[in-house]
Design a protein around this ligand. Structure first.
Ligand code: MG
Length: 403
């Protein structure tokens, strides 16, 4: 007799996954969680399974202690288990909240199974947007954006007529380094980079917001989600993160979606879609808005932004190579092995070293990812080798790069 929407939350212990479960918790009559997965946080995964009465769980890494999860659970390990959850016949809505390139198999599996997919993993669209969207066209799978900018565009588009939309404008806060003198950006510390001015998010995406790699990936994501050519997608720096994005109309006017920067809003919208979202989190009053600022993206402050967009223009496996290199470089930066400015260097050198080809099937994309990862790791090792051991050593060398 249950008519609740049955959802699987993949990546449930991360920042997005926990927000998804908080929305579910507030709406127990609407949603039933039937599957959960985590990369390695077995303890929190077990607690979530218990709280939401979930039996099917998957954990990314065996070593993460799946044995501690409890005897009353059906536990799968590794990518195969994630794919199984993502295509489970008992699931109405899959939430892909995995971090990074690991999200692509989940996206492919749920789209292949014709599921409605709430997609927070932008890498899967950056790497395989053409394959994923054409597969969705064949299976009837619906992609519902969770990214705040894309959620706003998605909502604005529901009120437009065919032929009315001539482009979109994504807003970017500019990230935590937006006011640093450009010459100091390359040596920004991990602590400075993780202090995002407006959004509270996971570590990888916060670094990607500081480089604007995240925004470049969002441009590619928008291209596939909304079937728009790259040149019709603009980015504007908007410091307050109140206007989440804009839709450009054929008469020269713009539609905007405004609100507090709170990820629960787009998450809740994706979970409830196509119905009206349930809860008001923080009623937004225009008088509280103050001044809204808009400005252009400074190319020299954000070299990763240009590199990733160039890879998207090249197409094929180039965006996969750029995204994978970014993931490796961000990991090395967070570990204190390379400087912030080296992230762009790793992406540029990996793109130079790797040959790009057509992204004709998932196997070609996964092979490009594997190869790019090996190359990017070598490039990181090379940078660490030249500069001593990480940023402390780098600071002692006569390093002219990164300005
Ligand atoms: Mg976003």
């Amino acid at each position: 007799m249950s008519s609740r929407k049955r959802i699987a939350v993949l990546g449930s212990t991360g920042s997005i996954g926990r927000s998804v479960l908080s929305v579910v918790e507030s709406n127990p009559d609407v949603f039933e969680v039937v599957g959960l997965s985590a990369l390695r946080n077995a303890e929190l995964l077990a607690a979530q399974a218990k709280q939401f009465g979930v039996v099917k769980v998957a954990i990314g890494e065996e070593a993460a202690g799946s044995s501690s999860l409890g005897a009353d659970l059906e536990i799968g390990v590794g990518e195969e288990a994630l794919v199984e959850l993502a295509s489970d016949p008992d699931v109405d809505l899959v939430v892909n909240a995995l971090v990074g390139t690991a999200g692509l198999p989940v996206t492919a599996a749920s789209v292949g199974a014709g599921k409605r997919l709430a997609i927070a993993n932008k890498e899967s669209l950056v790497m395989a947007g053409e394959l994923v969207t054409s597969l969705a066209g064949r299976t009837g799978s619906e992609l519902i954006p969770v990214d705040s900018e894309h959620s706003s565009i998605f909502r604005c588009l529901r009120g437009t007529a065919h032929g009315e939309v001539t482009g979109v404008v994504l807003t970017a806060s500019g990230g935590p380094l937006r006011d640093l003198p450009v010459g100091e950006v390359g040596s920004a510390t991990v602590e400075a980079v993780l202090s995002h001015p407006t959004w509270d998010m996971g570590r990888k995406i916060t670094v990607d917001s500081a480089t604007l790699a995240n925004k470049a990936m969002e441009v590619v994501e928008a291209m596939w989600l909304f079937d728009l050519p790259l040149e019709l997608i603009d980015v504007v720096v908007h410091r307050e993160s109140i206007v989440h994005s804009l839709v450009r109309l054929c008469d020269g006017s713009l539609l905007a979606h405004l609100g507090s920067p709170d990820m629960r809003v787009p998450i809740q919208y994706a979970l409830f879609y196509p119905d009206a979202p349930g809860t008001s989190f923080n009623e937004f009053r225009p008088a509280d808005m103050g001044t809204l600022n808009f400005g252009p993206v400074e190319a020299e402050r954000y070299p990763c932004f240009g590199l990733i967009l160039a890879s998207a223009r090249e197409g094929g496996t180039a965006p996969t190579i750029a995204t994978t290199a970014d993931e490796v470089a961000v990991g090395a930066f967070l570990e204190g092995r390379i400087r912030f400015g080296d992230i762009a260097t790793v992406i540029a050198r990996t793109l130079d070293a790797e040959g790009t080809g057509p992204a004709e099937n998932l196997a070609a994309i996964f092979e490009a990812e594997r190869s790019a990862r090996t190359t990017a790791v070598e490039i990181v090792d090379d940078i660490v080798g030249r500069t001593g051991h990480g940023p402390a050593g780098a600071a002692l060398t006569n390093n002219h790069s990164g300005v």
